[in-house]
Ligand binder design. Structure first.
Ligand code: HEC
Ligand code: HEC
Length: 359
């Protein structure tokens, strides 16, 4: 965990007047007005998509292409390779859409390798042109479709590694062959449904962020770690850098959360467990302990509330973290430092704690 996260936790632990609000009492008049603007909500969602995308591209694809013979290829399933960064994002976004939260995201480009990733309508074309003109700022607007309001934010998707550039420039179907590192290659379009209120309830925003995080976690664990381990291609290990292996799913999440913390949006998250391999991941605050107690009793329930630190309101929530892949169970049950060795598929293995400021 970064120093920044740690200091925030200490602030919480020492000065925070903990005001726990569960589902039933959420309607208290003082709190009902609190919401998150859609601009800030999409900034949070984008920060997680971007952090996971960058880690996957840099720390998995690019590093392993240099250090081993493993590559990312379009036919990754047949060829026993890594999914392309675009395929990783697409699979995760399909998993998010399948949850019917109303939030969706996708990758588009004015020069798509796959014509399906081109702009779908006039709005998308204008938005992509705008972020090429002005990559420092996302393009945001509200649109109305079939009398339903949607908030749309388009963030530039940049060539973060040489491998982005090399692969696109060399691809026979790429209409553009002169991308350079740092160029805007396309855009990530995030769509949120809007109701009557100009803001979004914090719990809804947290559910969106969690859906992205969990989908990336699932895709990484199931289609990268579990598949490549089972096919004897490559293992995941704690000392992944030295071993030239895959990083653990927990390390993937923690690296991403560090990147997100550096964005200084106020959004933070971390892993928790009552049976931690790393004692650092045990619950620290009363809120975290209570949160885990709640879903250990009833896995359908999530625990959330508001926290006030120096007159600033923070929304906090703890989601259960489930054994979504055989790899989760096998590794934890076999790990010498694991205090619990009888995890089964779909068991609760711990929790994901998330917090962000709310005005
Ligand atoms: C090994 C090849 C390869 C690498 C590496 C790669 N891409 Fe792609 N990218 C593709 C292919 C192939 C597609 C089309 C996937 C599909 O069928 O939807 C694609 C799709 C995309 C799209 C959607 C528009 C389109 O071209 O269809 C964007 C934007 C994009 N990539 C950006 C990036 C960025 C940024 C990186 C680095 C983080 C990257 N790509 C790395 C091959 C690659
Ligand atoms: C190849 C081994 C491996 C795999 C696969 C794996 N983990 Fe872990 N997990 C670890 C290790 C080692 C740690 C401690 C990491 C650290 O130092 O923070 C950890 C940390 C965690 C934590 C934080 C509490 C703790 O034990 O320190 C949770 C929760 C967790 N993993 C759940 C999962 C879930 C859910 C999956 C599947 C999506 C998974 N793990 C897959 C090895 C693994």
């Amino acid at each position: 965990m970064s120093k920044y996260l740690l200091s925030l936790f200490l602030t919480f632990a020492c000065f925070g007047s903990l005001l726990v609000v569960n589902q039933q009492s959420w309607g208290e008049p003082r709190l009902i007005t609190l919401g998150v603007s859609p601009e800030i909500a999409t900034d949070y969602i984008h920060a997680v998509i971007e952090a996971d995308r960058t880690i996957y591209s840099k720390r998995i694809v690019e590093r392993l292409e240099k250090a081993t013979s493993l590559k990312a290829t379009e036919k990754w399933l047949e060829e026993n390779t890594l999914p392309l960064p675009a395929q990783f994002l697409l699979m995760a976004s399909e998993n998010v859409s399948a949850q019917n939260l109303g939030m969706s995201y996708k990758l588009t480009s004015l020069w798509p390798i796959n014509p399906q990733n081109g702009p779908e309508n006039h709005f998308e074309k204008v938005a992509l042109e705008a972020i090429h003109e002005n990559p420092g700022r996302p393009f945001m607007t509200t649109v109305s479709t079939n009398r339903q309001l949607f908030f749309k934010a388009v963030y530039p998707d940049k060539a973060v590694t040489q491998s982005c550039v090399a692969c696109h420039n060399a691809h026979p179907n790429s209409p553009k062959k002169d991308f350079k590192v740092g160029d805007v290659m396309g855009g990530i379009i995030i769509t949120l449904p809007m109701g009557k209120s100009p803001t979004i309830a914090p719990k809804t925003v947290a559910d969106y962020i969690y859906a992205v995080m969990e989908s990336d976690r699932l895709i990484y664990t199931e289609f990268v770690v579990n598949r490549l381990q089972n096919n004897n291609v490559l293992k995941a290990s704690e000392t992944w850098w030295k071993d030239k292996t895959l990083m653990l799913p927990a390390q993937f999440l923690l690296h991403a959360s560090d990147r997100v913390a550096h964005e200084r949006l106020g959004l933070m998250y971390k892993l928790l467990s009552p049976w931690p391999i790393n004692p650092y991941n045990g619950a620290v605050t009363e809120f975290e302990k209570k949160g885990m107690e709640v879903f250990m009793k009833n896995p359908q329930e999530t625990f959330y509330g508001m926290h006030t630190v120096h007159n600033k309101n923070f929304f906090e929530i703890v989601y259960p973290d489930l054994a979504v892949s055989k790899a989760c169970v096998n590794c934890h049950n076999a790990h010498p430092e694991s205090p619990k060795r009888d995890f089964k598929m779909n068991d609760i293995m711990g929790g994901i704690m998330m917090s962000f400021p709310v005005r």
